[in-house]
Design a protein around this ligand. Structure first.
Ligand SMILES: O=C(O)CCC(=O)C(=O)O
Ligand SMILES: [Fe+2]
Length: 289
């Protein structure tokens, strides 16, 4: 299906009815001028979960302005550096000496008290080959469960904590050993318990709120049972049919609804350099309207 939604200076091209839509500006320069257009982007995001703006090439100030139009920004990231002068813009710069840690299926920061609403990522330097990002739909993962499994999981709760991120903190940095950093950060973030079957606050659609990077236990099960269920869910949620994969060019922008998607940044470009900027929005302003 190909659907074109147009307004004065923005064209939204929706290429499938399940996963993605792509937006390009008529005159290539990225320019969302009015609230109406932000509303259009928001509606597209709710419907498609991940949206792309090819070659928008906006700078950090416009990136912030765009993000702030959707809600309150997250605090500076607990681990990643930020873009100079902009502490809310995460700098993801990787090469052979600083390999990435985002090559696992995850939903951003689900261990925090509030599971962030959305993230907006812009490519600043793209390797000659590799470095794609994939997203997967947690609505689709829920829909594919059998009725029996949907019923079994309906009232289950999952513990989200630092999970795989422990490995990131378990390294020496700024004169602090990995053990010291772990001891400091594990209690600092603690954990949060969330329903395994979530309901989107705006669309009302059900989704599977599991990601293998941060869900460490399913409440009420033994560790052995929980591990078996986690392995099942991780496999279940890794289906190409539910995924979209983006081949980046410099300046491209991706925005995802972080409540109902997971993503995976392919680490297949090393030792080449790759650099991305990310802003995370905690709070969905329009959800309260
Ligand atoms: O580098 C990427 O493509 C995505 C990294 C990531 O996980 C994120 O920005 O949340
Ligand atoms: Fe991420």
């Amino acid at each position: 299906m190909l659907l074109l939604l147009s307004s004065s200076n923005c064209t939204i091209t929706i290429s499938t009815d399940t996963a993605t839509c792509e937006m390009t500006n008529d005159n290539i320069t990225f320019r969302f001028t009015g609230i109406a257009q932000y509303d259009e982007v928001y509606q597209a995001l709710l419907k498609h979960q991940v949206i792309f703006i090819r070659g928008g090439n906006i700078g950090p100030k416009q990136h912030l302005e765009f993000a702030e139009s959707f809600g309150e920004l997250d605090d500076p990231h607990p681990h990643y550096p930020h873009v100079e002068g902009h502490e809310n813009i995460v700098l993801l710069a990787n090469d052979a000496n600083t390999p990435p840690d985002t090559n696992s299926w995850h939903t951003d920061l689900t261990f925090k008290t509030i599971q962030p609403f959305a993230s907006i990522l812009i490519a600043r330097h793209v390797p000659a080959s590799g470095g794609d990002t994939m997203w997967s739909s947690c609505y689709a993962a829920y829909n594919r469960l059998s009725t029996g499994m949907k019923n079994d999981l309906e009232n289950r709760q999952a513990v989200h904590d630092l999970g795989d991120f422990r490995n990131t903190f378990a390294t020496e940095q700024n004169g602090k050993s990995g053990i010291e950093r772990l001891n400091h950060n594990v209690p600092r973030f603690g954990h949060n318990i969330r329903p395994l079957i979530g309901t989107h606050p705006v669309t009302g659609r059900k989704f599977l709120n599991f990601n293998e990077a941060f869900v460490s236990h399913i409440v009420g099960l033994t560790t052995n049972e929980s591990n078996a269920l986690r392995t099942f869910l991780a496999n279940h949620m890794n289906k190409p049919e539910d995924q979209v994969r983006w081949r980046w060019s410099v300046g491209d922008l991706a925005m995802w609804d972080n409540r109902v998607t997971m993503h995976y940044a392919l680490a297949d470009y090393l030792p080449q350099y790759r650099c991305m900027n990310r802003i995370t929005i905690v709070d969905d302003r329009r959800a309260k309207e």
